[in-house]
Design a protein around this ligand. Structure first.
Ligand SMILES: Nc1ncnc2c1ncn2[C@@H]1O[C@H](COP(=O)(O)OP(=O)(O)OP(=O)(O)O)[C@@H](O)[C@H]1O
Ligand SMILES: [Mg+2]
Length: 462
């Protein structure tokens, strides 16, 4: 049996000196089981023998018998997909690019930076562990569809997984709260697909998107002639969700009148269509979500307290991305894998510096913003390596400002120079946005045209 606490690494290099160095690095780190192979043929034999027991292979490209690329290819042909990090002597080598295209998990150039090497190896272990965990979660939630992946390995996310596990076996009403982009809708999808209602429909209603009058008929349907335009009888979302789940998104935006009607459905599981008098009975699981603080709305009497208690039988509060920063690398990897530059492209990769920027940013838009940032960066980097320049994060972020200020102070940059550079950059940018119209640019910057002209002169921007 494999000891799961121990990470099994195979080191392949024809030079004993190199192998010894690698073994020493990971032995010192602790927690690793290390196997060695001194050429490609031996590597193939070891990988085939150890199979699933092996977590990561660290392999030299240039070896006298079979080179690393051939070994990689051979393993792939045999459908053995253990992650392989190739070691090559040239950073710009076509070989490295070829290796990535051929499906190496990563590569490292010699002479290597020890910390970088450790990080790359660690990241692959982490990925493997995560994949195992997701697979485990999937078997635990019946009906969990592979399309809906929920990423996160932080303690906060584990609390969420536990809650999902608990609610999926009941039919209790669930209220999901949390800031924008934290994954509330995703959680609703997963609860539905892992519950006994998963064979029924999942009907979503965005309460904020519909005007008051329409919301009622959307939810409960209407009889013919109930109001102008109601030509035929129409089923509402509650009826459509029969034997399934109804997801009331942005539930905090409902008017008092609709709140009252909703309360009755929750109490009695029946309602009347708009303009109708016959009660309609339904069996539905209700999940609602809001990014408002409903408790406060209740205190302010904006939201009915009796409805709040009915909706909030089980509450799931989604953490912000800042509260689970350690999940950022996993999410990045997931989105890189998901959003390819083109259908046939391998996943783009990200530079260490760019990852640092992502770790320091304050993510007001949470996971959604991270997802969009990665999608954009993949395009700007043309599917290659994402650099800090490819990340277009909101410059107003306090955290990223702190990040740059920190760097500037460390580099002992004179304040005057920073102010000067920033002013110049802002003027250039404002002019660019304004198509060089000085009037518009001056307005954007909050300067008089005269002062702007003067500054343009000083900075020699004409
Ligand atoms: N843990 C996660 N793993 C993977 N993807 C996630 C995760 N959380 C959120 N996402 C993705 O981020 C995006 C935003 O999530 P979602 O729509 O569920 O947020 P929300 O909380 O409903 O936001 P809003 O309040 O703005 O409606 C979606 O594309 C979703 O798939
Ligand atoms: Mg949402």
């Amino acid at each position: 049996m494999k000891d799961i606490a121990q990470k099994h690494l195979l080191v392949v290099d024809d030079e004993k000196e190199n192998r010894d160095l690698l073994v020493a690095i990971f032995a010192e780190e602790g927690g690793y089981k290390i196997t060695e192979a001194k050429n490609g043929t031996e590597a193939l034999a070891q990988v085939t023998r150890l199979k699933d027991e092996l977590d990561v292979v660290l392999m030299d490209v240039k070896m006298p018998d079979t080179d690393g690329i051939s070994v990689l290819k051979e393993l792939q042909d045999n459908k053995i997909n253990v992650p392989i990090i190739l070691m090559t002597a040239f950073s710009t080598s076509n070989l490295a690019i070829k290796a990535m295209q051929m499906g190496a998990a990563d590569y490292i150039t010699k002479p290597f930076d020890i910390d970088d090497l450790k990080l790359k190896v660690e990241r692959l272990f982490e990925r493997k562990r995560l994949e195992a965990e997701v697979a485990e979660l999937r078997t635990r939630f019946t009906g969990f569809e592979p399309g809906e992946k929920i990423i996160g390995n932080s303690p906060k996310m584990h609390e969420i997984y536990k809650l999902i596990g608990q609610v999926s076996s009941s039919d209790a009403t669930v209220l999901i709260t949390g800031e924008t982009g934290t994954g509330k809708e995703l959680i609703a999808d997963i609860i539905h697909s892992s519950s006994k209602y998963s064979h029924g429909p999942l009907i979503k209603v965005n309460c904020a998107a519909l005007p008051e009058t329409l919301l009622e008929s959307e939810l409960f349907g209407h009889e013919a002639g109930a109001f102008t335009g109601a030509v035929k009888q129409r089923k509402g979302r509650f009826e459509m969700a029969h034997k399934g789940t109804i997801f009331l998104d942005e539930v905090g935006e409902m008017s008092k009148a609709t709140q009252k009607k909703l309360l009755r459905v929750l109490q009695e599981r029946e309602f009347e269509r708009v303009g109708g008098s016959l009660p309609v009975k339904v069996d539905v699981r209700v999940i609602s979500a809001t990014n408002r603080n409903l408790q406060r709305e209740v205190d302010d009497e904006e939201f009915r307290s009796d409805l709040y208690f009915r909706l909030n039988v089980i509450s799931i509060h989604m953490p912000t991305l800042l509260e689970r920063k350690e999940d950022i690398p996993l999410l990045v990897e997931y989105f890189l894998d998901k959003h390819r530059y083109s259908q046939s492209s391998p996943p783009a990769r990200i530079s260490k510096e760019a990852m640092e920027v992502l770790m320091r940013y304050n993510w007001p838009g949470n996971v959604r913003e991270l997802k969009h940032a990665i999608e954009r960066a993949v395009i700007y980097s043309r599917g290659g390596v994402i650099t800090t320049q490819n990340l277009m994060l909101s410059p107003r972020s306090a955290a990223s400002t702190t990040f740059y200020v920190d760097k500037l102070v460390q580099a002992k940059t004179p304040l005057e120079q920073v102010v000067h550079d920033l002013e110049r950059a802002m003027i250039v940018e404002a002019l660019r946005h304004a198509d060089n119209d000085e009037g518009i640019a001056a307005e954007t910057l909050g300067l008089s045209v005269k002062l702007l002209k003067e500054k343009i002169g000083n900075y020699q921007l004409e």
